[in-house]
Design a protein around this ligand. Structure first.
Ligand SMILES: [Zn+2]
Length: 64
């Protein structure tokens, strides 16, 4: 997927792959949802009001 260079948003910094995981006291926590269609390993892209899968296009809207 091509990514254009835009002004970075302070709210949503670009995330490296490693940031999808958080290590807390030796415990690894996934900070992202994975795609229910593609299964674990394919993470959803976080948007302001929705998450979407870059692989299959599955989109899930966040509830407030
Ligand atoms: Zn998917």
């Amino acid at each position: 997927m091509a990514e254009k260079e835009k002004q970075p948003k302070q709210k949503a910094p670009r995330m490296a792959k490693k940031d999808y995981y958080k290590v807390d006291d030796g415990k690894v926590t996934r900070t992202r949802k994975h795609c229910p269609k593609c299964g674990p390993g394919v993470f959803m892209a976080e948007h302001e009001n929705r998450v979407s899968c870059g692989k299959c296009g599955y989109t899930e809207f966040k509830k407030k």
